[in-house]
Design a protein around this ligand. Structure first.
Ligand SMILES: [Ca+2]
Ligand SMILES: [Ca+2]
Length: 142
């Protein structure tokens, strides 16, 4: 009898501290990747990508194919980074990677295709090394 009580106390105590630990970890946005707080932004601070998804995923299947991606002028370097060999990108891929700070050019918390393209252009120093000369293409003018 007494032994049971002791055991119960131990079990309850262990369970309680376990719960507390779990809650403590779950509650306060655990810094993934641990010891790198100096990194420029973490993924949870990404600007809203849904505008880009909406614009790029033209057939609405939830996947941004390479064709969809490039037809919007988005950088293939980003596509290659996200696609992980599947040849498509989802919004989740974006959300799992910290967006470079400053990509939300107008700072409204939402990323647009235009901002994405413009940001990439400014990062790559203007010149397209791939040689996909977009000069002649009219594209959309708004
Ligand atoms: Ca699609
Ligand atoms: Ca914006």
């Amino acid at each position: 009898m007494k032994l049971n009580q002791i055991l119960l106390t131990i079990i309850l105590g262990a369970a309680l501290s376990f719960c507390t630990t779990v809650w403590a970890q779950g509650g306060g946005a655990p810094a993934q990747g641990g010891s790198a707080p100096a990194q420029s932004g973490d993924a949870s601070g990404n600007p809203d990508f849904s505008l880009v998804t909406k614009a790029v995923d033209t057939n609405g299947d939830g996947k941004m194919s390479r064709a969809e991606w490039t037809s919007k002028g988005l950088p293939t370097s980003s596509f290659d980074m996200f696609e992980k060999g599947r040849d498509y990108v989802t919004q989740k891929d974006y959300e799992e990677n910290a967006a470079p700070s400053g990509i939300d050019l107008n700072g409204d918390g939402k990323l647009t295709v235009e901002e994405f393209v413009e940001f990439d252009r400014s990062m790559s120093g203007g010149g397209a090394p791939g040689g996909a000369a977009p000069a002649g293409q009219g594209g959309e003018h708004k």
